[in-house]
Design a protein around this ligand. Structure first.
Ligand code: G6P
Length: 612
């Protein structure tokens, strides 16, 4: 979603804000802007487009100031335009706001404010909030912070906001409900941001705001209060552990390619200290205190969105097959509004790279309402989902910046392998089978490296199909979610229409689309589905479709039927989905680059979706 950054200290705020916005740009890139307060008053510079365009515009100004805030937008209300860009100001030009979230009752509030003679400049819900704050502020003796607090009590919706004012040039007011914000505590300087990436080059000490909290930051310090209850709260200052290099491109042309390559170590980072080879077991410290509860649960729901949902589908297959737990996998956006049969005997696993996705968070809250035990599988340490679930497992994939998720997916699958092993060994999973699974997991890094070396081979396939308008991806069992993920990667970053299907379902519809112009990517591991998948390939060839097979067993028959074969190392069937996903990530990447697309910031998408 939108990215927010704020600064208060003794340095020039603009370079800090621009640098911060660049780091946050993966959250939204429709428009960008900054507000600076100095002795001349409040100044807002904003424009449609990327942060680099804002930066160019600011280079032509003499604007300086040591307090300010910036915003990079993912449009919800109002088209991307200069006027709809944040920060927004009140009519008097004295108060300014940046906002991430949605004000649901903005229409009602706007009608009342317009009756009072307020003229709006933009189509955004955010401007309503700043005009409301201004109205309260100007008609009372309140401070800006008090006016913000009062206004927020009238608001229905979600927000992460920063407010500055010309009248209080040494104060940043920050508030959160549903959209993440954290404070960075430096030496006589303070930072605010939607996530830690703009902060870590300045300080590693942070305070996470929770929902319903606001912070008033001045040059003398900061105070955190509950918005509704109005009492002061004291929060722990936490340390951020990740390094700056992890959020830089490291010589790669795109974050996505860097993150695809990170998989040579990120999957083993997920396993580190948790995979116990000598006993063929796994130990996940984050769920230790709840293990009995999990082992005795009657059913498990897994909920997530997007790529994380695909990883969850694999998790569902694994848990049912090897750990013999009744498992359902559901989109969080569906689960949250449905009356699912969930009770205290249910374990609800929520999977999220960012740990901030609004639907997944709502699903967790719903699960808690029903008394379910909630388990988070998150990548971002300290994220809202990580903090709101009863217990959890970090994926440890490292920061993921490219909007199209890659290494987070394979690490989520890796966590499900660990979980399956840990629970399975207490239930039905025999030592012999566990031994095979463990050894496949332990050797994965070398196999990932082998697949990474196939990048040029995959580039050739990309050349052959880059101008196609449609793609089909097929897989069975554990590899059906891989087909879904391959198709999602391609459509997200290359804008080619792509569908993932269970291979056998092809004949119930998609087969009608197959002709010589339809490339079909088929996941064909040498497992119990192999012969069935070969039959599906025959059906595609009979209709002149182009077949790109991903296999670990290039038999003569498969070679003769395929137009292209991508052969990954032979591995245990539970590890094949991880290995087979990587060529599909590379295929999507190469096709997108060849088509001239912006792979790290695809149109209309955002990395972290903190609104419904
Ligand atoms: C957005 C991102 C996807 C991601 C999904 C779920 O749509 O663009 O890459 O898979 O959100 O995000 P989460 O952070 O919950 O995994």
């Amino acid at each position: 979603m939108c990215g927010i950054v704020g600064y208060l200290g003794d340095k020039d705020a603009i370079p800090i804000l621009i640098n911060g916005l660049k780091r946050l740009e993966y959250r939204g890139y429709d428009s960008a802007g900054v507000a600076i307060v100095n002795s001349d008053g409040l100044h807002v510079v904003k424009r449609k487009g990327k942060v680099k365009e804002l930066k160019c515009e600011l280079e032509d100004t003499v604007l300086r100031g040591s307090i300010g805030m910036g915003h990079t937008r993912w449009a919800t209300h109002g088209i991307p335009s200069d006027l709809n860009a944040h920060p927004h100001m009140d009519m008097a030009g004295r108060i300014s706001i940046v906002h991430n979230g949605i004000i649901e009752n903005y229409d009602l509030l706007k009608t009342v404010l317009e009756k009072d003679g307020i003229i709006f400049q933009s189509d955004t819900d955010t401007e309503v909030l700043v005009q409301l704050i201004s109205k309260i502020y100007s008609s009372s003796k309140m401070t800006v912070a008090e006016a913000v607090q009062e206004a927020l009590r009238e608001v229905v919706g979600t927000y992460g906001i920063v407010v500055v004012s010309a009248d209080e040039p040494d104060t940043l007011v920050v508030a959160r409900l549903g959209s993440p914000l954290l404070l960075g505590i430096g030496e006589d300087e303070y930072f605010v941001a939607s996530d830690a990436s703009p902060i870590i080059e300045h300080t590693r000490n942070v305070v996470y705001l929770d929902d319903g909290e606001m912070a008033i930051i001045t040059r003398k310090g900061y105070k955190i209060i509950r918005i509704r209850e109005n009492h002061v709260i004291h929060k722990v200052v936490e340390r951020i552990e990740f390094n700056l290099e992890e959020i830089e491109k490291g010589g790669f042309p795109h974050f996505m390619l860097k993150e695809i390559h990170d998989q040579t170590h990120s999957i083993t980072d997920t396993f580190r200290g948790r995979l116990l080879l000598d006993t063929c077991r796994a130990h996940l410290g984050g769920i230790r205190d709840y293990l009995d509860h999990i082992l005795n649960a009657k059913q498990c729901y897994i909920t997530a969105c997007g790529t994380s949902w695909h990883a969850s589908l694999i998790g569902g297959y694994l848990l049912e097959e090897y750990a013999r737990i009744k498992t359902r996998v559901e989109y969080a956006s569906e689960f949250r509004y449905r009356n699912a049969v969930v009770d205290p005997d249910t374990v609800l696993i929520a999977v999220s790279q960012s740990g901030e996705t609004a639907d997944t968070l709502a699903a967790i809250r719903k699960g808690k309402e029903y008394g379910a035990l909630t388990v988070g599988i998150c990548n971002v340490v300290g994220s809202t989902i990580a903090r709101e679930t009863d217990c959890g497992i970090y994926t440890h994939a490292g920061p993921e910046i490219g909007v199209a998720s890659t290494k987070a997916f394979t690490s989520q699958v890796a966590v499900f392998l660990l979980l399956t092993l840990q629970i399975g060994r207490e239930h039905a999973l025999k030592e012999k089978e566990a031994e095979k699974i463990c050894s496949a997991m332990a050797n994965i890094s070398d196999h990932v490296k082998t697949v990474m070396d196939m990048s040029d081979e995959i580039l050739e396939v990309a050349y052959a199909y880059k101008d196609k308008h449609n793609f089909l991806y097929l897989g069975r069992g554990l590899n059906f979610p891989v087909a879904l993920e391959g198709a999602l990667k391609l459509k997200e970053i290359s804008y080619i229409h792509a569908e993932g299907y269970p291979a056998a379902e092809m004949k119930h519809g998609p087969i009608a689309l197959i002709d010589e112009n339809m490339p079909v990517v088929v996941l064909a591991p040498r497992d119990r589905t192999y012969d069935k998948v070969l039959s599906n390939i025959q059906e595609i060839k009979a209709r002149k479709g182009k077949v790109i097979s991903v296999t670990d067993a290039p038999t003569k028959q498969l070679i003769s039927l395929s137009d292209h074969i991508i052969t990954v190392p032979k591995v245990h069937r539970v590890v094949f989905p991880i290995l087979a996903t990587i060529p599909l990530q590379l295929l999507a990447y190469h096709i997108a680059v060849l088509r001239g697309c912006n792979v790290d910031q695809p149109r209309n998408l955002a990395k972290s979706v903190t609104v419904e």
